[in-house]
Design a binder for this molecule. Structure first.
Ligand code: NAG
Ligand code: NAG
Ligand code: NAG
Ligand code: NAG
Ligand code: NAG
Length: 370
């Protein structure tokens, strides 16, 4: 663990981004996806070896603030929670999500058909009731439910977190990160998983493959349209593997075909959390998860390589990368009021060769720092 942090903190480029004040680089006022070379040259004036002098003028700050306000209005968030058996835990999650005031609405999907979940069980304060919506499901859809809920959100983007993680340590940073680059998946995880995910990254320039894995459970933000598209992908590409639809999360980030923006941070459970009765503790979970992780990249690779987007009408995988910024490692500050960035990646993810016929099981590789 020590080593991982050393890497993270060496050569920190810049401490930017007091929440809601500035977006990273004020020159970029539109959403055109950044082409890395162009990006580098435009940034040249800010570059002094290992440091960046942001050199903000009053005008640029004003422009940035305006831009932030536009983003804030455009990308409202809905918080999504799943309920199964841990009502107390969901209640605690609802409570801190209400307190942080970042969400237009909090939607709780109850995956347990034996329980009719009611708002009054989750919130005592009547004033909050209109910010809560509960959907009682007739069946347990497990992971797929997250995407169903988000697909129905009234806002353009969703925040998802498992009921047992306390995301309030990094929620503001995550939201700020999302607003700076809304077209990629934003998530947070602890260092070990972070580095494992870096290994689970696949590039092949010849076929527009540029994707990476991320869990979404510790807190993540993504566009509603991505959730909608994911539901369609699940229907088309898992029609012969319906049992794997429950593990939708394993497919989600890979099928976005864009490297997610992940925070590398310490994560904490909600106080009083108990790990019982979770989906991941069910039998065969690991086996299915492994099968899914391989299938996810195989399906994506195959479809990009053989250009089968014409075979499935509008449902081809996206070839273009939508991210605005190069690959950084990020971590929020302890008080969640600014974000550390470094451009020193421990693994040169873009240049690891990838050959589907032998590298699809890369996730099992153990070249993780420990
Ligand atoms: C909340 O509303 C219910 C029904 O509308 C009412 O019975 C209850 O007294 C209210 N509770 C509070 C704390 O106002
Ligand atoms: C979540 O973390 C915050 C610190 O950011 C803490 O104040 C709060 O008590 C925690 N909530 C729970 C339910 O654990
Ligand atoms: C895939 O097919 C579309 C038309 O169906 C074509 O425009 C595109 O160039 C093809 N891409 C590749 C990589 O073959
Ligand atoms: C998709 O288009 C390519 C060329 O554009 C063609 O070779 C291939 O047969 C098509 N696939 C299907 C399933 O129609
Ligand atoms: C990928 O690996 C297979 C099996 O080792 C090999 O036959 C094939 O030539 C490799 N393809 C490329 C493009 O290197």
């Amino acid at each position: 663990m020590q080593k991982e942090y050393a890497i993270l903190l060496i050569n920190i480029l810049v401490l930017l981004f007091f929440f809601q004040t500035l977006h990273y680089f004020p020159k970029f006022t539109n959403f055109l996806p950044a082409i890395p070379n162009q990006f580098a040259s435009k940034l040249a004036r800010y570059n002094y070896g290992n440091e960046i002098n942001i050199g903000l003028s009053d005008f640029e700050i004003a422009q940035s603030k305006q831009y932030e306000i536009e983003l804030e209005n455009k990308y409202d968030l809905t918080a999504v929670l799943l309920h199964w058996k841990r009502t107390e835990s969901v209640k605690r999650a609802v409570s801190y999500l209400l307190d942080c005031n970042s969400f237009k609405e909090i939607i709780i999907w109850n995956n347990n058909p034996e329980i009719n979940l009611e708002k009054s069980v989750l919130v005592k304060n009547n004033a909050s009731l209109n910010r809560i919506r509960i959907i009682n499901s007739k069946e347990n859809l497990k992971d797929e439910a997250k995407y169903r809920v988000c697909a129905e959100a009234k806002t353009m983007a969703c925040f998802y977190v498992d009921d047992d993680w306390n995301a309030s340590f990094y929620l503001k940073s995550l939201i700020a990160d999302f607003r700076s680059d809304p077209y990629v998946l934003h998530s947070a995880t602890e260092p070990y998983t972070f580095y494992t995910n870096l290994v689970w990254t696949y590039f092949d320039k010849n076929i527009d493959l540029h994707t990476g894995f991320s869990w979404i459970g510790c807190g993540s933000i993504f566009l509603r349209e991505y959730a909608q598209r994911h539901l369609q992908y699940l229907q088309v590409y898992l029609k012969n593997n319906r049992n794997l639809v429950y593990l939708s999360d394993v497919f989600f980030s890979i099928w976005l075909n864009d490297i997610p923006s992940q925070f590398n941070i310490n994560i904490y459970g909600l106080t009083g959390r108990n790990s019982g009765a979770s989906f991941s503790s069910s039998s065969n979970f690991l086996q299915y998860q492994h099968q899914s992780s391989i299938l996810a990249i195989r399906i994506l690779e195959h479809n990009l390589r053989y250009n089968q987007s014409n075979a499935t009408s509008h449902l081809g995988f996206v070839r273009r990368s939508n991210r605005r910024f190069p690959y950084y490692i990020k971590s929020s500050s302890l008080k969640d009021d600014f974000i550390f960035f470094t451009n020193i990646l421990p693994i040169d993810i873009e240049n690891i060769p990838f050959n589907i016929s032998k590298d699809f099981e890369r996730i099992k590789t153990k070249f993780i720092l420990k």
